[in-house]
Design a protein around this ligand. Structure first.
Ligand SMILES: Cc1cc2nc3c(=O)[nH]c(=O)nc-3n(C[C@H](O)[C@H](O)[C@H](O)COP(=O)(O)OP(=O)(O)OC[C@H]3O[C@@H](n4cnc5c(N)ncnc54)[C@H](O)[C@@H]3O)c2cc1C
Length: 322
């Protein structure tokens, strides 16, 4: 296999990885963006009917206008937009390409499932959407348990349990309820998360109050069985008849991958990967972090909106050092 050499290899073709490619190109740096999945793989795996909370101009990268039907674009508009960005900028992207190993000699030697690369710098823009937090209860591996919600249709006429009380749980509960599912929420906390979008909050509160959606607060799942779920509630243990479980328990970055590159993970509660916010360079010289991966477990700190600036900071840092 012939080795390809670049100033920078960017791992992750999410919105921020693409922005990094654009900024590298603007600065005359040679680059490739590599993703193990499709273009903007995380967005592709978001619920099919989701609408972004950001208005479209806040999701723009590379100066390409994002025109959407409504102020807040949908997932399919965003997929169309980022495809256009990749085409418009003629970005150099390798898709469906797994990283097999990364070694540092003078430069980085990267082996993927498709090629060998040598790079002076590495940008890690791998997001947090690949690893769901597991419940760690018996039965979690049953096929009826989903950690990603895509669309409501399969749940019509089914008894479903939605675990969690944040935005993704609330959206899934409301959408499946409206498409004919019998929805029960199991919520560890005493109330719906206060970060739930303010325009959605009254809807879920009222559906729970009127009993259209049943909710058990201060409650946890203890076991998932083929046709039921065991729940520990303040009133004692209950067995609830059940067809599907939507475990919307959040996601986390792959700390294992970051550590395999030598990036130190902070000892703080949020396990923030070590990096200098002025340059985005990590403790490993030549490795930079971009996008939501920077926040560690704090997945509500960085969004597309506020992390797209990382791309320019990184390209400037690399250019200034070269
Ligand atoms: C339901 C939902 C709604 C959201 N709405 C908004 C919003 O309205 N506005 C906003 O600003 N933000 C929003 N966000 C957050 C936003 O989507 C993320 O901030 C955004 O996707 C982050 O971009 P990113 O490029 O950092 O990471 P991602 O988009 O997650 O991209 C990471 C990429 O890296 C790839 N990857 C991961 N590991 C590897 C590996 N080892 N090798 C190769 N490739 C790898 C993945 O396949 C993926 O394509 C939302 C998030 C969710 C979950």
């Amino acid at each position: 296999m012939q080795k390809q050499s670049y100033d920078v290899v960017i791992i992750g073709a999410g919105p921020i990885g693409l922005a990094c490619g654009i900024e590298a190109k603007k600065k005359g740096l040679s680059y490739i963006i590599i993703d193990k999945g499709c273009l903007v793989n995380s967005l592709y795996n978001y619920p099919k009917n989701m609408t972004f909370f950001s208005t479209s101009e806040k999701l723009e990268i590379g100066g390409v206008p994002f025109v959407s039907h409504n102020p807040k674009p949908t997932r399919s508009e965003a997929l169309e937009y980022y495809r256009r960005v990749a085409m418009n900028w003629e970005l150099n992207i390798g898709l469906y390409e797994e990283i097999v190993s990364v070694d540092k000699e003078t430069n980085f030697k990267i082996v993927s499932s498709k090629a060998h690369y040598e790079a002076k710098n590495l940008v890690i823009a791998t997001g947090f959407y690949d690893l769901p937090f597991l419940l760690n209860v018996p039965g979690e591996s049953l096929t009826k348990v989903k950690h990603y919600y895509d669309e409501p249709h399969p749940y019509f006429g089914q008894k479903i349990i939605v675990i969690g009380a944040a935005n993704s749980s609330v959206d899934a509960a409301l959408e499946t309820y409206r498409k004919g599912a019998e929805v029960t929420m199991v919520i560890r906390e005493s109330e719906i998360n206060d970060r739930v979008k303010y325009w959605v909050r009254p809807d879920i509160d009222n559906r729970i109050k009127e009993g259209s959606i049943k909710a058990y607060f201060n409650s946890t799942i203890t076991e998932i069985k083929e046709h039921s779920v065991s729940v520990n509630t303040p009133e004692g243990n209950m067995e609830i008849e059940n067809d599907f479980v939507l475990a919307m328990t959040g996601y986390q970055p792959s700390f294992e991958f970051l550590e395999s590159l030598g990036i130190e993970i902070g000892t703080d509660e949020m396990k923030t990967p070590r990096h200098d916010p002025e340059t985005m360079e990590t403790n490993v010289s030549g490795i930079y972090l971009a996008g939501v991966v920077c926040g560690g477990l704090q997945t509500n700190k960085w969004f597309i909106e506020n992390s797209r600036v990382h791309a320019e900071i990184i390209a400037n840092s690399i250019k200034n050092l070269s």
